[in-house]
Design a protein around this ligand. Structure first.
Ligand SMILES: Cc1cc2nc3c(=O)[nH]c(=O)nc-3n(C[C@H](O)[C@H](O)[C@H](O)COP(=O)(O)OP(=O)(O)OC[C@H]3O[C@@H](n4cnc5c(N)ncnc54)[C@H](O)[C@@H]3O)c2cc1C
Length: 404
Protein backbone atom coordinates (compact mmCIF):
# COMPACT_ATOMS: atom_id res chain seq x y z
CA UNK A 1 0.00 0.00 0.00
CA UNK A 2 1.14 3.57 -0.72
CA UNK A 3 2.53 5.50 2.25
CA UNK A 4 0.65 8.76 2.93
CA UNK A 5 2.92 11.74 2.22
CA UNK A 6 1.51 15.22 2.84
CA UNK A 7 3.09 18.38 1.42
CA UNK A 8 2.07 21.71 2.96
CA UNK A 9 2.31 24.54 0.42
CA UNK A 10 1.40 24.37 -3.27
CA UNK A 11 4.21 26.51 -4.62
CA UNK A 12 7.21 25.88 -6.83
CA UNK A 13 9.14 23.62 -4.44
CA UNK A 14 6.08 21.44 -3.79
CA UNK A 15 5.34 21.03 -7.50
CA UNK A 16 8.93 20.06 -8.22
CA UNK A 17 8.95 17.52 -5.39
CA UNK A 18 5.70 15.97 -6.68
CA UNK A 19 7.25 15.75 -10.13
CA UNK A 20 10.49 14.18 -8.87
CA UNK A 21 8.65 11.68 -6.66
CA UNK A 22 6.29 10.54 -9.39
CA UNK A 23 9.03 10.11 -11.95
CA UNK A 24 11.23 8.15 -9.51
CA UNK A 25 8.65 5.94 -7.79
CA UNK A 26 5.07 6.51 -8.93
CA UNK A 27 2.69 4.87 -6.46
CA UNK A 28 5.19 4.50 -3.63
CA UNK A 29 3.54 7.43 -1.83
CA UNK A 30 -0.06 8.58 -1.74
CA UNK A 31 0.73 12.28 -2.14
CA UNK A 32 -1.63 15.00 -0.85
CA UNK A 33 -0.80 18.70 -1.29
CA UNK A 34 -2.37 21.38 0.88
CA UNK A 35 -2.15 24.91 -0.52
CA UNK A 36 -3.46 28.17 0.80
CA UNK A 37 -3.56 29.94 -2.56
CA UNK A 38 -6.80 29.07 -4.34
CA UNK A 39 -5.21 27.83 -7.56
CA UNK A 40 -2.91 25.25 -9.10
CA UNK A 41 0.81 25.78 -8.51
CA UNK A 42 2.22 28.45 -10.79
CA UNK A 43 5.60 29.82 -11.77
CA UNK A 44 6.01 32.65 -9.29
CA UNK A 45 9.20 33.82 -11.02
CA UNK A 46 7.07 34.82 -14.02
CA UNK A 47 4.85 37.16 -12.00
CA UNK A 48 7.12 40.06 -12.98
CA UNK A 49 6.60 39.24 -16.65
CA UNK A 50 2.84 39.00 -16.09
CA UNK A 51 2.89 42.41 -14.41
CA UNK A 52 4.82 43.85 -17.37
CA UNK A 53 2.22 42.40 -19.76
CA UNK A 54 4.79 40.13 -21.39
CA UNK A 55 3.21 36.82 -20.30
CA UNK A 56 -0.48 36.02 -19.73
CA UNK A 57 -1.44 35.00 -16.20
CA UNK A 58 -3.14 31.93 -17.68
CA UNK A 59 0.23 30.77 -19.07
CA UNK A 60 2.15 30.44 -15.83
CA UNK A 61 0.56 27.30 -14.38
CA UNK A 62 3.33 24.76 -13.72
CA UNK A 63 1.23 21.68 -14.58
CA UNK A 64 -2.27 21.31 -15.98
CA UNK A 65 -5.04 19.67 -13.92
CA UNK A 66 -4.68 16.44 -15.90
CA UNK A 67 -1.02 16.08 -14.88
CA UNK A 68 -1.94 15.99 -11.18
CA UNK A 69 -4.90 13.65 -11.82
CA UNK A 70 -2.83 11.25 -13.90
CA UNK A 71 -0.36 10.84 -11.05
CA UNK A 72 -3.05 10.32 -8.44
CA UNK A 73 -2.02 13.38 -6.43
CA UNK A 74 -4.70 14.79 -4.13
CA UNK A 75 -4.78 18.58 -4.31
CA UNK A 76 -6.43 20.61 -1.56
CA UNK A 77 -5.92 24.22 -2.59
CA UNK A 78 -7.57 27.31 -1.15
CA UNK A 79 -7.09 25.69 2.24
CA UNK A 80 -4.61 26.56 4.96
CA UNK A 81 -2.91 23.98 7.17
CA UNK A 82 -3.27 25.30 10.70
CA UNK A 83 -1.57 22.81 13.03
CA UNK A 84 0.79 19.86 12.91
CA UNK A 85 0.96 17.17 15.57
CA UNK A 86 4.39 15.56 15.05
CA UNK A 87 3.74 12.80 17.60
CA UNK A 88 0.34 11.76 16.25
CA UNK A 89 1.50 12.35 12.62
CA UNK A 90 -1.51 14.49 11.74
CA UNK A 91 -2.11 17.87 10.08
CA UNK A 92 -5.22 19.92 10.74
CA UNK A 93 -6.69 22.18 8.07
CA UNK A 94 -8.53 25.48 8.42
CA UNK A 95 -11.82 23.75 7.58
CA UNK A 96 -11.35 21.46 10.58
CA UNK A 97 -10.37 18.33 8.65
CA UNK A 98 -7.44 16.26 9.76
CA UNK A 99 -4.98 14.32 7.57
CA UNK A 100 -2.68 11.54 8.70
CA UNK A 101 0.80 11.22 7.29
CA UNK A 102 3.69 8.87 7.31
CA UNK A 103 5.99 11.59 5.91
CA UNK A 104 5.30 15.34 5.96
CA UNK A 105 7.05 17.99 3.85
CA UNK A 106 6.82 21.68 4.68
CA UNK A 107 7.09 23.85 1.55
CA UNK A 108 5.47 26.99 2.91
CA UNK A 109 7.72 29.53 1.12
CA UNK A 110 8.10 33.09 2.39
CA UNK A 111 6.12 36.20 3.10
CA UNK A 112 6.97 39.76 2.10
CA UNK A 113 8.43 41.86 4.92
CA UNK A 114 6.43 44.95 5.83
CA UNK A 115 8.33 47.31 8.13
CA UNK A 116 6.53 48.53 11.25
CA UNK A 117 6.12 52.10 10.02
CA UNK A 118 3.11 54.41 10.30
CA UNK A 119 0.74 54.09 7.35
CA UNK A 120 1.69 50.50 6.35
CA UNK A 121 -1.91 49.34 6.70
CA UNK A 122 -3.42 52.12 4.55
CA UNK A 123 -5.37 51.04 1.46
CA UNK A 124 -3.01 51.34 -1.50
CA UNK A 125 -0.02 49.69 0.21
CA UNK A 126 0.76 46.54 -1.78
CA UNK A 127 3.36 43.76 -1.58
CA UNK A 128 4.52 41.54 -4.46
CA UNK A 129 4.30 37.80 -3.87
CA UNK A 130 1.11 36.36 -5.34
CA UNK A 131 -1.01 36.66 -8.46
CA UNK A 132 -3.55 38.71 -6.49
CA UNK A 133 -0.88 41.37 -5.88
CA UNK A 134 -0.69 41.93 -9.64
CA UNK A 135 -4.41 42.70 -9.86
CA UNK A 136 -3.93 45.17 -6.98
CA UNK A 137 -1.00 46.84 -8.76
CA UNK A 138 -2.74 47.12 -12.11
CA UNK A 139 -5.70 48.69 -10.36
CA UNK A 140 -3.40 51.49 -9.14
CA UNK A 141 -1.25 51.87 -12.24
CA UNK A 142 -3.30 54.10 -14.53
CA UNK A 143 -1.62 56.69 -16.73
CA UNK A 144 -1.83 59.47 -14.17
CA UNK A 145 -1.14 57.35 -11.14
CA UNK A 146 1.99 57.90 -9.12
CA UNK A 147 3.44 54.78 -7.55
CA UNK A 148 6.31 54.62 -5.11
CA UNK A 149 8.20 51.34 -4.88
CA UNK A 150 10.11 50.92 -1.62
CA UNK A 151 13.09 48.66 -2.33
CA UNK A 152 15.62 48.74 -5.16
CA UNK A 153 16.42 45.03 -5.15
CA UNK A 154 15.43 42.53 -7.83
CA UNK A 155 11.74 42.41 -6.90
CA UNK A 156 11.37 46.18 -6.44
CA UNK A 157 12.96 46.94 -9.81
CA UNK A 158 10.83 44.32 -11.58
CA UNK A 159 7.71 45.77 -9.95
CA UNK A 160 8.78 49.29 -10.95
CA UNK A 161 9.36 48.23 -14.54
CA UNK A 162 5.98 46.47 -14.80
CA UNK A 163 4.16 49.43 -13.28
CA UNK A 164 5.94 51.93 -15.54
CA UNK A 165 5.03 49.79 -18.55
CA UNK A 166 1.41 49.84 -17.42
CA UNK A 167 1.56 53.64 -17.54
CA UNK A 168 2.23 54.72 -13.96
CA UNK A 169 4.78 57.35 -12.96
CA UNK A 170 7.14 55.35 -10.75
CA UNK A 171 9.70 56.33 -8.12
CA UNK A 172 11.93 53.72 -6.51
CA UNK A 173 13.19 54.44 -3.00
CA UNK A 174 16.23 52.46 -1.96
CA UNK A 175 17.81 52.56 1.47
CA UNK A 176 21.33 51.77 0.30
CA UNK A 177 23.72 53.82 -1.84
CA UNK A 178 23.35 51.54 -4.85
CA UNK A 179 20.72 49.32 -6.44
CA UNK A 180 20.75 45.52 -5.97
CA UNK A 181 23.69 45.74 -3.59
CA UNK A 182 23.30 42.07 -2.68
CA UNK A 183 23.96 41.01 -6.27
CA UNK A 184 25.98 43.82 -7.89
CA UNK A 185 29.19 45.70 -7.31
CA UNK A 186 29.20 49.50 -7.49
CA UNK A 187 30.04 49.76 -11.21
CA UNK A 188 27.35 47.35 -12.36
CA UNK A 189 24.84 49.00 -10.02
CA UNK A 190 25.60 52.45 -11.50
CA UNK A 191 25.08 51.10 -15.03
CA UNK A 192 21.84 49.47 -13.92
CA UNK A 193 20.63 52.74 -12.40
CA UNK A 194 21.20 54.61 -15.66
CA UNK A 195 19.39 51.90 -17.64
CA UNK A 196 16.39 51.90 -15.29
CA UNK A 197 16.21 55.69 -15.29
CA UNK A 198 16.23 55.60 -19.09
CA UNK A 199 12.93 53.72 -18.82
CA UNK A 200 11.40 56.77 -17.14
CA UNK A 201 11.67 55.41 -13.60
CA UNK A 202 12.94 57.80 -10.94
CA UNK A 203 15.43 56.36 -8.43
CA UNK A 204 16.20 57.88 -5.06
CA UNK A 205 19.10 56.23 -3.20
CA UNK A 206 19.87 56.55 0.53
CA UNK A 207 16.13 56.95 1.00
CA UNK A 208 15.06 55.98 4.50
CA UNK A 209 11.27 55.85 4.76
CA UNK A 210 9.75 57.46 7.86
CA UNK A 211 6.06 56.88 7.10
CA UNK A 212 3.43 56.35 4.47
CA UNK A 213 1.12 59.30 4.73
CA UNK A 214 -2.53 59.69 3.85
CA UNK A 215 -5.97 60.26 5.28
CA UNK A 216 -7.86 57.03 4.73
CA UNK A 217 -5.65 55.94 1.81
CA UNK A 218 -2.09 56.37 0.51
CA UNK A 219 -1.18 59.94 -0.44
CA UNK A 220 2.59 59.93 -0.17
CA UNK A 221 5.78 58.67 1.40
CA UNK A 222 7.74 60.80 3.84
CA UNK A 223 11.47 60.17 4.16
CA UNK A 224 13.48 60.61 7.34
CA UNK A 225 15.35 63.53 5.73
CA UNK A 226 12.03 65.38 5.47
CA UNK A 227 11.32 64.90 1.77
CA UNK A 228 7.85 63.76 0.74
CA UNK A 229 7.05 61.91 -2.50
CA UNK A 230 3.44 62.03 -3.65
CA UNK A 231 1.93 58.60 -4.30
CA UNK A 232 -1.42 57.00 -5.11
CA UNK A 233 -0.01 53.58 -4.25
CA UNK A 234 3.06 52.17 -2.54
CA UNK A 235 4.62 48.82 -3.38
CA UNK A 236 6.73 47.46 -0.53
CA UNK A 237 9.49 45.16 -1.81
CA UNK A 238 12.19 45.24 0.85
CA UNK A 239 12.64 41.52 1.33
CA UNK A 240 11.07 38.27 2.40
CA UNK A 241 10.79 36.27 5.58
CA UNK A 242 10.48 32.44 5.62
CA UNK A 243 6.99 31.22 6.61
CA UNK A 244 7.87 29.30 9.75
CA UNK A 245 4.93 29.84 12.14
CA UNK A 246 3.31 26.46 11.49
CA UNK A 247 6.59 24.62 12.13
CA UNK A 248 7.42 26.69 15.20
CA UNK A 249 4.04 26.10 16.81
CA UNK A 250 4.53 22.35 16.29
CA UNK A 251 7.78 22.51 18.28
CA UNK A 252 9.99 22.01 15.19
CA UNK A 253 13.37 23.76 15.42
CA UNK A 254 13.28 27.16 13.70
CA UNK A 255 15.98 29.76 13.43
CA UNK A 256 15.58 32.28 10.57
CA UNK A 257 14.05 29.43 8.60
CA UNK A 258 12.98 25.86 9.42
CA UNK A 259 16.26 24.14 10.28
CA UNK A 260 17.03 21.08 8.14
CA UNK A 261 19.94 18.66 7.82
CA UNK A 262 21.52 17.39 4.59
CA UNK A 263 18.59 15.00 4.05
CA UNK A 264 16.20 17.97 4.39
CA UNK A 265 14.79 16.50 7.59
CA UNK A 266 13.70 18.93 10.30
CA UNK A 267 14.23 18.35 14.02
CA UNK A 268 11.10 16.14 13.95
CA UNK A 269 11.54 12.62 12.59
CA UNK A 270 9.65 12.02 9.35
CA UNK A 271 9.02 15.76 8.84
CA UNK A 272 11.03 17.45 6.08
CA UNK A 273 11.16 20.98 4.66
CA UNK A 274 12.23 22.42 1.29
CA UNK A 275 12.22 25.77 -0.51
CA UNK A 276 12.26 29.29 0.82
CA UNK A 277 10.98 28.31 4.28
CA UNK A 278 14.19 26.36 4.93
CA UNK A 279 17.45 27.15 6.68
CA UNK A 280 20.24 24.76 5.70
CA UNK A 281 23.74 25.12 7.17
CA UNK A 282 22.73 28.61 8.41
CA UNK A 283 21.68 29.74 4.93
CA UNK A 284 18.18 30.78 3.87
CA UNK A 285 17.84 30.95 0.09
CA UNK A 286 15.39 33.34 -1.57
CA UNK A 287 15.56 31.89 -5.08
CA UNK A 288 13.97 29.03 -6.95
CA UNK A 289 17.00 27.00 -8.03
CA UNK A 290 17.99 26.03 -4.47
CA UNK A 291 14.33 25.02 -3.87
CA UNK A 292 14.50 22.76 -6.93
CA UNK A 293 17.82 21.26 -5.85
CA UNK A 294 16.35 20.55 -2.43
CA UNK A 295 13.25 18.96 -4.00
CA UNK A 296 15.48 16.70 -6.12
CA UNK A 297 17.63 15.67 -3.12
CA UNK A 298 14.59 15.01 -0.94
CA UNK A 299 12.87 12.91 -3.62
CA UNK A 300 16.05 10.83 -3.92
CA UNK A 301 16.19 10.40 -0.16
CA UNK A 302 12.51 9.44 0.11
CA UNK A 303 12.80 6.88 -2.66
CA UNK A 304 15.84 5.13 -1.27
CA UNK A 305 18.59 7.02 -3.09
CA UNK A 306 21.51 8.72 -1.42
CA UNK A 307 21.92 12.26 -2.70
CA UNK A 308 22.46 14.52 0.30
CA UNK A 309 21.90 18.23 -0.24
CA UNK A 310 25.13 20.14 0.21
CA UNK A 311 23.92 23.70 -0.44
CA UNK A 312 23.48 25.82 -3.59
CA UNK A 313 25.38 28.50 -5.50
CA UNK A 314 23.15 31.54 -5.95
CA UNK A 315 22.64 33.15 -9.34
CA UNK A 316 20.30 35.96 -10.33
CA UNK A 317 18.93 37.39 -13.55
CA UNK A 318 16.94 40.62 -13.58
CA UNK A 319 13.77 40.39 -15.68
CA UNK A 320 13.57 43.92 -17.05
CA UNK A 321 13.33 43.95 -20.81
CA UNK A 322 16.47 45.34 -22.45
CA UNK A 323 18.39 45.53 -19.16
CA UNK A 324 20.55 42.44 -18.91
CA UNK A 325 22.01 41.74 -15.49
CA UNK A 326 23.51 38.52 -14.15
CA UNK A 327 25.19 37.83 -10.86
CA UNK A 328 26.43 34.59 -9.33
CA UNK A 329 28.49 33.37 -6.42
CA UNK A 330 30.95 35.57 -4.57
CA UNK A 331 30.67 38.62 -6.83
CA UNK A 332 32.48 41.03 -4.48
CA UNK A 333 35.53 38.91 -3.74
CA UNK A 334 38.04 39.48 -0.94
CA UNK A 335 41.67 40.48 -0.50
CA UNK A 336 42.77 36.96 -1.34
CA UNK A 337 40.80 36.78 -4.62
CA UNK A 338 41.69 38.04 -8.09
CA UNK A 339 39.39 40.00 -10.40
CA UNK A 340 39.23 39.98 -14.17
CA UNK A 341 37.32 43.04 -15.38
CA UNK A 342 36.19 43.81 -18.91
CA UNK A 343 34.46 47.16 -19.23
CA UNK A 344 33.08 48.97 -22.27
CA UNK A 345 30.89 51.78 -20.93
CA UNK A 346 30.21 53.05 -24.46
CA UNK A 347 28.61 49.75 -25.42
CA UNK A 348 26.99 49.40 -21.99
CA UNK A 349 28.96 46.24 -21.21
CA UNK A 350 30.63 45.31 -17.93
CA UNK A 351 31.96 41.95 -16.86
CA UNK A 352 33.69 41.07 -13.62
CA UNK A 353 34.94 37.59 -12.84
CA UNK A 354 36.24 36.70 -9.37
CA UNK A 355 38.83 33.95 -9.01
CA UNK A 356 40.04 32.25 -5.85
CA UNK A 357 43.30 30.51 -6.81
CA UNK A 358 42.60 28.61 -10.03
CA UNK A 359 38.77 28.51 -9.54
CA UNK A 360 36.06 30.87 -10.67
CA UNK A 361 34.00 31.79 -7.60
CA UNK A 362 31.85 34.72 -8.73
CA UNK A 363 30.66 36.75 -11.70
CA UNK A 364 28.80 39.98 -12.40
CA UNK A 365 27.66 40.69 -15.95
CA UNK A 366 25.89 43.79 -17.20
CA UNK A 367 24.73 44.40 -20.75
CA UNK A 368 25.78 41.08 -22.25
CA UNK A 369 24.69 38.18 -20.05
CA UNK A 370 24.83 35.43 -22.67
CA UNK A 371 27.71 33.70 -20.86
CA UNK A 372 26.07 33.76 -17.43
CA UNK A 373 25.03 30.10 -17.49
CA UNK A 374 28.52 28.96 -18.57
CA UNK A 375 30.16 30.93 -15.77
CA UNK A 376 27.64 29.50 -13.33
CA UNK A 377 28.56 25.97 -14.44
CA UNK A 378 32.22 26.73 -13.81
CA UNK A 379 31.46 28.16 -10.36
CA UNK A 380 29.30 25.16 -9.43
CA UNK A 381 31.72 22.55 -10.72
CA UNK A 382 34.74 24.29 -9.12
CA UNK A 383 36.96 23.03 -11.92
CA UNK A 384 40.36 24.68 -12.48
CA UNK A 385 40.28 27.54 -15.01
CA UNK A 386 43.94 28.56 -14.86
CA UNK A 387 44.75 27.31 -18.37
CA UNK A 388 42.25 29.67 -19.97
CA UNK A 389 42.69 32.49 -17.50
CA UNK A 390 43.50 35.16 -20.13
CA UNK A 391 40.50 34.33 -22.32
CA UNK A 392 37.95 33.68 -19.61
CA UNK A 393 36.36 37.12 -19.81
CA UNK A 394 35.70 36.63 -23.51
CA UNK A 395 33.12 34.02 -22.77
CA UNK A 396 31.37 31.00 -24.11
CA UNK A 397 33.82 29.46 -26.59
CA UNK A 398 36.43 29.54 -23.88
CA UNK A 399 34.23 28.19 -21.08
CA UNK A 400 32.96 25.48 -23.43
CA UNK A 401 36.53 24.47 -24.13
CA UNK A 402 37.13 23.97 -20.43
CA UNK A 403 34.02 21.86 -20.10
CA UNK A 404 35.08 19.66 -23.05
C1 LIG B 1 7.66 38.53 -8.43
C2 LIG B 1 8.68 37.49 -8.12
C3 LIG B 1 9.75 37.29 -8.97
C4 LIG B 1 10.70 36.33 -8.68
N1 LIG B 1 11.75 36.17 -9.54
C5 LIG B 1 12.67 35.22 -9.28
C6 LIG B 1 13.76 35.00 -10.16
O1 LIG B 1 13.91 35.68 -11.17
N2 LIG B 1 14.63 34.00 -9.88
C7 LIG B 1 14.48 33.21 -8.76
O2 LIG B 1 15.28 32.31 -8.55
N3 LIG B 1 13.46 33.41 -7.89
C8 LIG B 1 12.57 34.40 -8.11
N4 LIG B 1 11.54 34.58 -7.24
C9 LIG B 1 11.48 33.74 -6.02
C10 LIG B 1 10.82 32.39 -6.35
O3 LIG B 1 9.52 32.62 -6.80
C11 LIG B 1 10.82 31.56 -5.08
O4 LIG B 1 12.17 31.25 -4.77
C12 LIG B 1 10.03 30.25 -5.21
O5 LIG B 1 8.71 30.51 -5.52
C13 LIG B 1 10.14 29.48 -3.88
O6 LIG B 1 9.32 28.35 -3.93
P1 LIG B 1 8.63 27.81 -2.60
O7 LIG B 1 7.80 26.66 -3.04
O8 LIG B 1 9.61 27.66 -1.53
O9 LIG B 1 7.65 29.00 -2.13
P2 LIG B 1 6.33 29.52 -2.84
O10 LIG B 1 6.41 29.39 -4.30
O11 LIG B 1 6.08 30.86 -2.25
O12 LIG B 1 5.19 28.53 -2.33
C14 LIG B 1 4.80 28.45 -1.00
C15 LIG B 1 3.30 28.19 -0.96
O13 LIG B 1 2.94 27.71 0.32
C16 LIG B 1 1.67 28.25 0.66
N5 LIG B 1 1.52 28.16 2.12
C17 LIG B 1 2.22 28.82 3.07
N6 LIG B 1 1.77 28.47 4.31
C18 LIG B 1 0.79 27.56 4.11
C19 LIG B 1 -0.06 26.85 5.00
N7 LIG B 1 0.03 26.96 6.33
N8 LIG B 1 -1.00 26.02 4.47
C20 LIG B 1 -1.11 25.87 3.12
N9 LIG B 1 -0.32 26.53 2.24
C21 LIG B 1 0.62 27.37 2.74
C22 LIG B 1 1.76 29.67 0.13
O14 LIG B 1 0.47 30.23 -0.01
C23 LIG B 1 2.46 29.45 -1.21
O15 LIG B 1 1.53 29.21 -2.23
C24 LIG B 1 10.58 35.55 -7.50
C25 LIG B 1 9.50 35.77 -6.63
C26 LIG B 1 8.57 36.73 -6.92
C27 LIG B 1 7.42 36.96 -5.96
Amino acid sequence: MSEPLVIIGNGMAAARLADELSSRALGRYAVAIIGEEPRLAYNRVLLSSVLAGEVASSDIELKPTKWWLDRGITLRYGCRATTIDPAAHTVTLADGQSLSFSKLVLATGSQPIKPALPGMTLPGVITFREINDIWAMWHRAGTDDRVVVIGGGLLGLEAAYGLAKAGARVTVLHLMDRLMERQLDARAAAMLQRAVEAKGIEIILNADTAEISGAGRVEGVRLKDGRTITADAVVVAIGIRPSVDLARSAGIAVNRGIVVDDTLQTSARGIYAIGECVEHRNIVYGLVEPAYEQARALAAHLTGGAAPYGGSVLATNLKVSGVNVFSAGDFLGAESTEEIVLSDPGAGIYKKLVLAGDRLVGAVLFGDTADGASYLDLIRSAQPVDQLHDDLAFGRPCTKAIAA
